[in-house]
Design a protein around this ligand. Structure first.
Ligand code: FES
Length: 155
């Protein structure tokens, strides 16, 4: 690590773009969504606290995993809503909450993977397994969509 890096010195937007690979318009969008914050320097240029790099990195990963930004915003609500650096405890609190949601997401993905070639209870009755697992589309009484995936048959 470069010992000359001062974590308290904010980063100009160009540096944030260089470090994260995220465009200026995306950064502005994340700001409007309340996911990140900036301040202004004397020339009205955006400055980002260095810990925003971590938030932006989590946004990048979350987007790749298909996590809705609203869910991420709820997670970030556990963190200080200003320019103060989150403490280790802040990140741990966020991590615990998010971990539960990620585990549920993983369970759904595993169920989907497991049931991909079987009946998912969607009402199509197009597979051999449907006659057994959704005879006469009886699962429609339990609501719309892929009922068997929602029920998590492997749980
Ligand atoms: S796969 Fe659609 S009802 Fe079975």
């Amino acid at each position: 690590m470069d010992s000359s890096v001062d974590p308290n010195v904010p980063l100009a937007i160009g540096e944030v773009i260089r470090r994260t690979g995220v465009s200026a318009s995306a950064l502005h969008f994340y700001e409007r969504k309340g996911l990140i914050f900036s301040s202004r320097d004397g020339c009205n240029q955006r400055l980002y606290a260095r810990h925003m790099l971590r938030r932006i990195s989590l946004i990048i990963v979350a987007k790749r995993l298909g996590v809705p930004l609203a869910e991420l915003a709820a997670m970030f609500a556990c963190l200080p809503q200003d320019h103060h650096s989150p403490t280790h405890e802040d990140w741990q609190r966020m991590s615990r909450t998010w971990k539960r949601q990620l585990q549920e997401r993983r369970r759904v993905l595993e169920d989907l993977e497991h049931e991909l070639t079987g009946c998912i209870g969607c009402g199509c009755l197009s597979m051999k397994a449907c006659a057994l697992l959704n005879p006469d589309d009886t699962l429609q009484d339990q609501g719309p969509g892929p009922v068997r995936l929602r029920q998590s048959p492997r749980r």
